[in-house]
Design a protein. Structure first.
Length: 274
């Protein structure tokens, strides 16, 4: 990856993180930890990978993205704002009455959102349906989904994985955000879903890994998806919950909490806004 592109992606991801913190602080609620851990991934997807157009959010041949871990909507809204689907200033209306930016993505009211989500596990099945539909129609768009690691404790995830493997959905790519923490604590202690790689391989998936905060690693993972022509791909994305904000990193207390005014200023300083 050339230096110019890398610097652009880093700066865009920084702005995405600023938007996440602005949104959650303004709402006085939300899920900053898991939103920050996928900020680099969604930045890469929307600025390097996805065939999408802010001027035509519903174009028929667009790539689809399903944020299966829908509580991390601040990350999706922030990258959509950076991409031009919605005004950046609207991020501060998160969860407000009558706002089109609610706590979970709503495809009926938010431009750029391909699927309403939030009930964990359901986004995986939806992404399989989208991918199979493309195969049946002879369409060449691809379907991407982002899952939480705690979400993989849901049985529906593995039913969907079996479905995708059976139908050879090579146009489907899931990313598991492996930050190791969920609302009740470490995933290994709550209900250990490991080993992810062995389970996905058993269901007939192509499995790759990436460093969720290294754009060259992310790029290599999605290149591996492009090169696989006979089976679905899952990217095990090794991330840090709360990445970019010092007091949120690897701290489960920031799974679903908003910073106060003093913490907001610290976060903005950490993100280079002060």
């Amino acid at each position: 990856m050339d230096t110019k592109k890398l610097e652009f992606l880093k700066e865009t991801a920084r702005r995405v993180r600023v938007g996440i913190i602005d949104a959650v602080f303004s709402a006085a609620s939300g899920h900053p930890g898991g939103s920050l851990s996928i900020a680099d991934v969604v930045t890469y997807l929307y600025f390097e990978k996805l065939n999408v157009d802010p001027a035509d959010p519903q174009k028929a041949d667009r790539d689809r993205l399903v944020l299966s871990k829908g509580h991390c909507a601040p990350a999706l809204y922030s990258v959509l704002a950076q991409k031009g689907f919605l005004p950046v200033e609207d991020l501060k209306t998160l969860r407000k009455t009558a706002s089109y930016l609610q706590g979970h993505p709503d495809m009926k009211h938010t431009p750029g959102v391909d699927m309403s989500s939030g009930s964990l596990g359901q986004g995986t099945s939806v992404s399989c349906g989208m991918a199979l539909s493309a195969k049946l129609d002879g369409a060449d768009y691809k379907v991407y989904a982002i899952l939480g690691d705690g979400e993989t404790q849901e049985g529906q995830v593995w039913e969907a994985a079996m479905f995708a493997g059976h139908y050879g959905l090579s146009n489907l790519c899931w990313l598991v955000d492996l930050n190791g923490l969920q609302i009740d604590g470490p995933i290994a202690e709550v209900m250990n879903p490991a080993p992810h790689e062995d389970k996905f391989r058993a269901f007939g998936w192509n499995v790759v890994h990436c460093d969720a905060h290294d754009f060259e690693s992310i790029e290599a993972a999605y290149k591996a998806f492009d090169e696989c022509s006979d089976k679905p791909t899952v990217i095990i994305s090794h991330s840090v919950k709360g990445k970019g904000v010092s007091f949120m990193e690897n701290n489960v207390n920031w799974h679903g909490a908003a910073p106060n005014a003093e913490q907001y200023e610290i976060a903005m300083a950490d993100l280079g806004e002060r």
